[in-house]
Design a binder for this molecule. Structure first.
Ligand SMILES: *Cc1c(COP(=O)(O)O)cnc(C)c1O
Length: 813
C-alpha cells in the first residue's frame, strides 16, 4: 500500500508565505497582539492546507483500491493537541520555526495556544487516539467514528483542597482541525413504535414509525501518518434538529415548544459523560450511544449502497467494525435493523453479516462499569431495537440449550436479558453474541475474562477470545513529548525507532556505557527542570530536580489506590518528624487526576492529598526530604511534560483490577522506572525490562481473591507499627485540624474488612519496595542503567505493535 513521495502543490508554496497569507488575509490581522491566538490559528491553517491535499489523495487511493475498511466505533477520543503532532508527521518543524522568526515568537509559545481536544475520560479514550495514529502510520484504512461533544472533559481546579469542576468550551474559538461535511448528514430515529406489514411479495416486514428524528452532521478530522502521505479520518457527529420536527410542533401552535424540541435534539452531543470505569444509566447517555452507532452504520452502508447497490454479498469481506468497550454495542442490533428493515435482508443473512463484521474489545472487569440498560428504557427510546435484541436472545438461548440440555441455570446466567429486580439488557453479552472476536487489553486481563466474567461464553466459543495488549504511540509519547531524548536516540541508534519501536533494543549495550548514561540522565535532568517549572506554575509548589520525582497521574479511583500512595507519604513525613531519615531519599511526589463529579470517595481522596501536601510543604523540617503536589486539570498536553520528567512511575492498583493501563507505558518509554503490582500490563512491562529493573510489590490477583474471605485490616494495622502510626495520625485529624471529620469515610474504608481494594494489606510490601527505590536512586549510575533499560525495552508497548495484531488477527485474518 506504500505510495511514492509525490511533490505536492502545497509543498512548493513556502510555509512563511502561507503563514503570512492566512494571518493577514484569512484572519485579517496585522499585529501578533497580546495572545498568540491568531498566529496559532494562521499556523494551524497553514499546516492543515498541507494535510488536506494528502487527505484527498488517501481517500482517492482507498476508493480505487477498495481495501477492506475498518470502522473504529468509540464514544471517546482523547486527542489532545493536533498542531504539534501534524508538524512531526509532516516533518516541517524546521520550516515552521523559521517562518515564525518573522513574528518574534517561538513555536512552543504558539503551540501552547491550542486547547486540548478532551473528548474522553482517560485511558480508554486516549487508547482510541493512539490507535488512530498507528493505523495511519501503518497505512491501514481505518475510520474513527465518535461524537463531537460541544463540552469535553470538564476542567478541574482545586479550591481549599477540593476539586471544583468547570465546563470545557473547547470549540469556543473555533476548531481549525475539523471540516464540516453537511452533505453526508444522516437521520437517526428515536421513540415511535414497530409496525408489522407485508411487502409487495407478501413477505412479513417491520418498519419503525412515528419516530422523533434527529440529524447527525459529520465533522471530519484529519489523522496523519508519520511521513507517509497517508491521512485517515476521524468522523465526529454533531446532533441537530430536523426542520420537520420544528414544523410539527409549530403547527400545533407552540413556537416555544418547537424551539425547545430543537434544544432537545442538540442536547445529545452537548456534553461528554465524565465517568471513568463506571456507568450511571442515564437516558441521555443511551441516546448518545445509539446516535453514534446509527449515524456511523448508516454512513458505512450508505457508501456501500452508492457503489454496490443492494448487493451485500461482499459487504463483510470489505467492512469491519471494532467496538471500543460496550459503549457503542447497540450497533449490533442497529446493523440488523438497517439490513432487514431498510435493505430487505432476511434474518439469517443479516445475522451472518453482523457477526462477521463486529468485533468487541472489553476494557474492564469492574462490575460497576458493566452496562445494563433497563428494558423499559430501551423499549421506549428504541422500540424496534428492543424487538431485535429479544429475537437475538431467543435464538442465542436456543443454541445454548442445544449444547447444554436442561441446564437452566446456565441459560439464566448467559441470557442477554438480565432478570434481576427489573429486566435489563446486558450490553457486554449482546457484544459477545453479536461479534466474531472479543479481546481483552493485557494478558492477565484476557485470562481473567476467560476464567471469570465471560467463563460461560468462553466455554461456548473459545475461538472468539483473544488478547491485544494495549500500546501507546511513540510519535506523541516519545518523539514529540521528549525532543531531547529523540535527538539522543537518533544520534545513538538512528531514527528508525520512530516507526519500529522494537529497534530501541539497540540501546541495551549502551546501558552500561558511562558516557551514554550520563547524556541520558542529562536529558532527564532537563525534563525534570521543565516539569518543575510546570508544577510551580500550576501547583505553587517548588520541586527540586535533584530530588527523586515520584509521579502518579491517572483518573482518581479507589482501585488505582492513590490512597496507598498517600499512606506512604504520611509514613515518610512521620519518619522525617522523628528524625529517622537513614536511607531516605529526598523526593518530590506528584499526584494528579480528575474524579468523576459524582464519585464522593474519589473527591475525598483529592482533598486528602491536598491537605497532606499542605502540611508537609509548610513544615521546614520536611523541605529537604519531601515535597508533595497535587497537579490540577491532568490532561494529554500536561502528560506530555509530566512523563519525560518522571523518575518513578506509580502503577499500584489492586491486582486484578487495572485491565491494562497505558500511562505505565508512556513513563517506561521515557526512562522512568516502575513501582507496581502484578496487574494489567505491568506484568508484561516487568517481563520486558526484567525483574531487576522494576520495583514489584503486593499481592497478585489470585492472592487478592483468596484473602477476601478472611481480610482483617484492623489486625493488619495493629501488627504494623508504621501503618498503625499513619492511621493514628489520620484518626487524630493531623491533616484536618480545623475540618473535623472530613476524612472519616476514608479511614473507615481502609479499616473495613470488605474493602475491595485491600489498601492496608499491601502497605508493608509497598513501603519496603519504596525503600528499595530510595536505595537504588542513591546509586546514580545504577539508576541510570535501569532508566536506559526501561526505554530500551519499551518497544513492544508501541500501539503500532498492538494495531498490527488487530490487523493480522482480527480485521484481515
Ligand atoms: C495515558 C493517559 C491516561 C491513562 O492513564 P492510566 O495510568 O493508564 O490510567 C489517562 N489520562 C490521560 C490524559 C492520559 O494521557
Amino acid at each position: 500500500m506504500k505510495t511514492e513521495n509525490q511533490p505536492s502543490r502545497n509543498s512548493q508554496i513556502k510555509i512563511s508565505d502561507d503563514l503570512r497569507r492566512h494571518f493577514e488575509l484569512t484572519l485579517g490581522r496585522d499585529e501578533v497582539g497580546e495572545s498568540h491566538h491568531y498566529l496559532y490559528k494562521a499556523l494551524a491553517m497553514t499546516v492543515r492546507d498541507r494535510l488536506v491535499e494528502q487527505w484527498r489523495n488517501t481517500r482517492e487511493r482507498y476508493r480505487s483500491e477498495e481495501p477492506k475498511r475498518i470502522n473504529y466505533l468509540s464514544l471517546e477520543f482523547l486527542m489532545g493537541r493536533s498542531l504539534n503532532n501534524a508538524l512531526l508527521n509532516l516533518d516541517i518543524e524546521d520550516d515552521v520555526r523559521e517562518a515564525l522568526t518573522a513574528y518574534a515568537c517561538s513555536l512552543e509559545e504558539v503551540e501552547s495556544e491550542e486547547l486540548d481536544a478532551g473528548l474522553g475520560n482517560g485511558g480508554l479514550g486516549r487508547l482510541a487516539a493512539c490507535f488512530l495514529d498507528s493505523c495511519a502510520n501503518l497505512e491501514i484504512p481505518v475510520t474513527g467514528y465518535g461524537i463531537r461533544y460541544q463540552y469535553g472533559m470538564f476542567h478541574q481546579k482545586i479550591k481549599n483542597g477540593y476539586q471544583v469542576e468547570s465546563p470545557d468550551p473547547w470549540l469556543r474559538n473555533g476548531n481549525v482541525w475539523e471540516i464540516e461535511s453537511p452533505d453526508s448528514t444522516r437521520r437517526v430515529k428515536f421513540f415511535g413504535r414497530s409496525e408489522y406489514y407485508q411487502d409487495e411479495q407478501g413477505k412479513p416486514k417491520v418498519r419503525w414509525v412515528d419516530t422523533h428524528d434527529v440529524l447527525a452532521v459529520p465533522y471530519d478530522v484529519p489523522i496523519p501518518g508519520y511521513k507517509n502521505n497517508t491521512v485517515n479520518t476521524l468522523r465526529l457527529w454533531k446532533s441537530e434538529a430536523t426542520d420537520e420536527f420544528d414544523l410539527e410542533e409549530f403547527n400545533a401552535g407552540s413556537y416555544t415548544d418547537a424551539v425547545a424540541a430543537k434544544n432537545q435534539a442538540e442536547q445529545i452531543t452537548m456534553v461528554l459523560y465524565p465517568n471513568d470505569a463506571s456507568e450511571q444509566g442515564k437516558e441521555l447517555r443511551l441516546r448518545q450511544q445509539y446516535f453514534l452507532a446509527s449515524a456511523s452504520l448508516q454512513d458505512v452502508i450508505g457508501r456501500w449502497v452508492r457503489r454496490n447497490g443492494r448487493d451485500f454479498s461482499r459487504f463483510a469481506e470489505k467492512n469491519g467494525f471494532q467496538l471500543n468497550d460496550t459503549h457503542p454495542t447497540i450497533a449490533v442490533a442497529e446493523l440488523m435493523r438497517l439490513l432487514m428493515d431498510e435493505h430487505g435482508m432476511d434474518w439469517d443473512s443479516a445475522w451472518k453479516i453482523t457477526t462477521d463484521t463486529m468485533a468487541y474489545t472489553n476494557h474492564t472487569l469492574l462490575p460497576e462499569a458493566l452496562e445494563a440498560w433497563s428494558v423499559g428504557l430501551v423499549g421506549q427510546l428504541l422500540p424496534r431495537l428492543l424487538d431485535i435484541i429479544f429475537e437475538i436472545n431467543a435464538r442465542f438461548l436456543k443454541e445454548v440449550a442445544k449444547k447444554w440440555p436442561g441446564d437452566s441455570d446456565r441459560l439464566q446466567r448467559m441470557s442477554i436479558i438480565g432478570e434481576g429486580g427489573h429486566k435489563s439488557v446486558r450490553m457486554a453479552y449482546l457484544a459477545l453474541v453479536g461479534s466474531h472476536s472479543v479481546n481483552g487489553v493485557a494478558a492477565l486481563h484476557t485470562q481473567l475474562l476467560k476464567e471469570g466474567l465471560f467463563k460461560d461464553f468462553y466455554e461456548l466459543w473459545p475461538e472468539k477470545f483473544n488478547n491485544k495488549t494495549n500500546g501507546v504511540t511513540p510519535r506523541r509519547w516519545l518523539a514529540h513529548s521528549n525532543p531531547e531524548l529523540r535527538q539522543l536516540l537518533n544520534d545513538t541508534i538512528g531514527n528508525e525507532w520512530i516507526m519500529e519501536l522494537d529497534r530501541l533494543e539497540k540501546l541495551k549495550p549502551f546501558a552500561s556505557k558511562r558516557k551514554f548514561t550520563e547524556r541520558f540522565m542529562a536529558v532527564k535532568r532537563k525534563n525534570k527542570q521543565k516539569l518543575a517549572e510546570l508544577v510551580l506554575a500550576d501547583c505553587g509548589v517548588e520541586f527540586d530536580p535533584d530530588m527523586l520525582f515520584d509521579v502518579q497521574v491517572k483518573r482518581i479511583h479507589e482501585y488505582k489506590r492513590q490512597l496507598l500512595n498517600v499512606l506512604h507519604i504520611i509514613h515518610l513525613y512521620d519518619r522525617i518528624c522523628k528524625g529517622d531519615t537513614d536511607g531516605m531519599q529526598p523526593r518530590c511526589v506528584l499526584i494528579g487526576g480528575k474524579a468523576a463529579p459524582g464519585y464522593v470517595m474519589a473527591k475525598s481522596i483529592i482533598k486528602l492529598i491536598n491537605n497532606v501536601a499542605k502540611v508537609v510543604n509548610s513544615d521546614p523540617k520536611a523541605k529537604d526530604w519531601l515535597r508533595v503536589a497535587f497537579f490540577p486539570d491532568y490532561r494529554v498536553s500536561a502528560m506530555e511534560i509530566i512523563c519525560p520528567g518522571t523518575d518513578l512511575s506509580e502503577q499500584i492498583s489492586t491486582a486484578g483490577k487495572e485491565a491494562s493501563g497505558t500511562g505505565n507505558m508512556k513513563f517506561m518509554m521515557n526512562g522512568a522506572v516502575t513501582i507496581g503490582t502484578l496487574d494489567g500490563a505491568n506484568i508484561e512491562i516487568r517481563e520486558a525490562v526484567g525483574g531487576e529493573n522494576f520495583f514489584l510489590f503486593g499481592m497478585n490477583a489470585a492472592e487478592v481473591e483468596a484473602m477476601r474471605s478472611h481480610y482483617d485490616p484492623q489486625a493488619v494495622i495493629a501488627a504494623d507499627e508504621d501503618l498503625n502510626k499513619v492511621m493514628d495520625m489520620l484518626r487524630r485529624g493531623h491533616f484536618n485540624l480545623s475540618e473535623v471529620g472530613v476524612f472519616d469515610s476514608i479511614i473507615a474504608a481502609i479499616e473495613s474488612p470488605t474493602d475491595p481494594w485491600m489498601t492496608a494489606a499491601d502497605f508493608r510490601s509497598y513501603v519496603d519496595a519504596q525503600q528499595r527505590v530510595a536505595k537504588a536512586y542513591a546509586d546514580k549510575h545504577h539508576w541510570a542503567e535501569m532508566a536506559v533499560l526501561n526505554t530500551a525495552s519499551s518497544g513492544r508497548f508501541s500501539s503500532d505493535r498492538t494495531i498490527a495484531q488487530y490487523r493480522d488477527e482480527i480485521w484481515y485474518k
